[in-house]
Design a protein around this ligand. Structure first.
Ligand SMILES: Cc1cc2nc3c(=O)[nH]c(=O)nc-3n(C[C@H](O)[C@H](O)[C@H](O)COP(=O)(O)OP(=O)(O)OC[C@H]3O[C@@H](n4cnc5c(N)ncnc54)[C@H](O)[C@@H]3O)c2cc1C
Length: 303
């Protein structure tokens, strides 16, 4: 199907794009990689009157990270493929787990991290991963710049804190505070029916280990509610305890009731809860092995 008629505009800077969007009105939309917006337009589920293309704005595609690996900055137009191949993803394997499994090669080569967080798709892969760390969204709009914590940025399914004409400029992800000698590991696993579709359920885990004790942990589920779900009960089952088979299984069990999945073509609600449990268990085990310095390859599960 073809999209309905729209006017195309090309912005030279984000500031110009913000002004254009405000002047063109609420039915104008920014366009990044087009990997979410264009399919919706073809299905006639979105019908913007005007598209303001950000793809020609210079300097918005980068992955920068400090030498100590503490902070990573992604330009809004950075493609998933670029992140998968970046030094930051080599240092933080959870980024590779996520970026390398999004859609297929075409989607990863066109789709952007800025478009993903702005889309706030309940089944999107980036949000649960970024939420396990300290992540902020730097926005620019007609009123200037502001920074919003990611946990305050995603308000509902397909709904963010972006105001009229406001755009994502940069995503900043930091490791949580930790003491010398503590080690951090993360893992993200999504279960998908095939590469071209979104996850049926996913789990993102970030652990901070002090010796064998889990000093701090964040566990998020994706695709099982309207927004990513922080499963605090699962985290509490691990925090302050040694990582053993029993504590890991207790955490995974606690994750079973964390989401509120809807039955759909991807599976029943019960199936998705059981899947989330299994994914949390695997992600904890892999995050722990990585925190201990092991190189562990992870790919999404296809079934
Ligand atoms: C076949 C297929 C499979 C896919 N599979 C997955 C998957 O498994 N996992 C997954 O996470 N995603 C998946 N996607 C979506 C993909 O990750 C998109 O890249 C992502 O949703 C963002 O799209 P985009 O960068 O192309 O942005 P667009 O489609 O151009 O924009 C998406 C939305 O964000 C807005 N927007 C874009 N950039 C900005 C900005 N800088 N500031 C403010 N608003 C902005 C747009 O107006 C639009 O509303 C898939 C897509 C396809 C077509």
């Amino acid at each position: 199907m073809h999209p309905g008629p729209f006017r195309y505009h090309r912005a030279a800077s984000l500031e110009e794009a913000a002004v254009m969007l405000q002047q063109l009105g609420e039915d104008a939309r920014p366009l990044a990689g087009g990997q979410s917006l264009v399919p919706l337009m073809k299905l006639r589920l979105a019908g913007p009157t005007d598209l303001v293309d950000l793809a020609f704005v210079p300097g918005l595609s980068y992955v920068r990270h400090e030498d100590d690996g503490g902070e990573i900055r992604f330009g809004a137009l950075t493609r998933h493929a670029e992140i998968a191949d970046s030094g930051a993803a080599a240092r933080f394997p959870i980024l590779h787990d996520c970026a390398a499994g999004i859609g297929d090669v075409q989607v990863r080569n066109r789709g952007t991290i800025g478009g993903s967080v702005a889309e706030a798709d309940p089944s999107g892969d980036w949000a649960p991963v970024l939420l396990t760390h300290v992540t902020e969204i730097r926005c620019v709009g007609p009123g200037g710049e502001r920074t919003v914590a990611l946990r305050d940025f995603i308000l509902d399914a397909y709904t963010t804190a972006l105001g009229p004409g406001e755009l994502v400029r940069e995503i900043v992800m930091r490791a949580p505070p930790h003491e010398d000698g503590e080690r951090i590991g993360g893992a993200y696993i999504a279960a998908k029916r095939c590469a071209q579709v979104y996850a049926t359920a996913s789990a993102a885990v970030r652990l901070t280990l002090a010796g064998d004790v889990c000093r701090d942990v964040a566990i998020y589920l994706g695709a099982v509610a309207l927004t990513p779900v922080e499963v605090t009960a699962a985290a509490e089952a691990l925090r302050g305890r040694a990582l053993t088979r029993e504590t890991i299984e207790a955490a995974a069990d606690a994750a079973r009731s964390g989401g509120d999945p809807q039955p759909d073509m991807r599976g029943s609600a019960e199936y998705k809860c059981a899947l989330a449990t299994a994914l949390v268990k695997r992600a904890i085990e892999i995050a722990a092995r990585r925190a201990r310095g092991e190189q562990v390859e992870v790919s999404h599960e296809y079934a």
